[in-house]
Design a protein around this ligand. Sequence first.
Ligand code: ARG
Length: 456
Amino acid sequence: MKLWGGRFTTETNQLVNDFNASISFDKKLYSHDIRGSIIHAGMLGKQGIISKEESDTIIKGLEGILADIENGTLIIDDTYEDIHTFVEATLIERIGETGKKLHTGRSRNDQVALDTRMFVREQIDILSDNILEFQKILLRIIKENVDTYIPGFTHLQKAQPVTVAHHFSAYFEMLIRDRSRLSDCRKRLNLCPLGAGALAGTTYPLDREYCAEKLGFDGPTRNSMDSVSDRDYAIEFLNAASIIMMHLSRFSEEICIWNSNDYGFVELDDAYSTGSSIMPQKKNPDIAELVRGKTGRVYGSLMSLLTTMKALPLAYNKDMQEDKEQIFDVVDTVNMSVTLFAGMIDTIKFNNDRMEESSKRGFTNATDAADYLVKNGVAFRDAHGIIGRIVLYCIEKNKSIDEMSMEELHGFSDVFKDDFYDAISLKTCVDTRITTGAPGRESMEKAIAFYNEYVK
Ligand code: ARG
């Protein structure tokens, strides 16, 4: 059955039917579609556009369809054009003539806009919850590792020592922003397009406020053409999802580096690693690599929808049917990525000795050594030069700054005293960094107090 056969005299070409149909993927929207229709039918009855009995019959019919799809007794038939057609046709088949009144004052254009908004809104909530679960895992690791040293890098060159807590808290912060981006997107999308009709509203006395409220929206959309013709909320969602993946991808890259043979900072749990078919010694970080890889796929969906939308004249155009597969794919990809990544991080083992040893190497205390000279009256630029020459000397002698004798140090400056060794120890380097946001215990504890509130 088609919803639009009346003005046609010959059958549609079969390939056209196949090309045009969206049911193979938009069947995912069945529950959103039916819930929207139930409210629409209730409103039609309440407004006297159809009778109360007709409205009740339709609602009952729709509820039956929803229940039967859910319990598996009604299979969505892929020969229909789209999910909207399937639901309406099934309704008419089940309740007869009355079913033909459901679509009064409505178009598939406002209907599909409603369904996708409801779907994206629901997915925002699910994804946001999944991210929060991941943040709880991060917080546990943060709390356990306030004193676990790890080198901090810039340019992938050792820079200054930090802690595992501090490093992971950087990701915790990114995820806070990711969730707030999702909730911003949710706020903007949460207006109900139902009642916009094909593009110009309708002459029936619809109660759009009623439908909006019943479907959990903050109100009805304000312009009917805009309601059916924009997919910016989906683009915003794909954008937020892309940024989440970008963050996970950077984290993945770090896991791959830390897990590499030469670093050995972490060991992934067997359950979250894979082997090689030929090299028996291998334990590969495939989950991290796949999350990094799938980031490209999510960016692709964002670019795809942006491009689909870029030159569409108002109002509805069939091009917009292309939004769904991108949205669905991104939803699956991002949720899987967040959940698997969280599981991998939850079971990761840190090699504390190795990270501490590495933190001591690579002159990560050079800045603190220069600061020691500054605190003892040397101008920073001169201090920088002195420590630079010391580093060169150490590289030549294959030692670290704290392994130099006082005599050797005095060869560069007579400002050095015995308290120098303590001033550049790993512990001092980290613990004295207590400005807001720094890795020292005192600042880290403030951050942890904030995170404890956040995850509540
Ligand atoms: N399957 C269509 C879509 O996803 C539903 C809307 C159809 N509207 C129309 N005017 N043909 O966009």
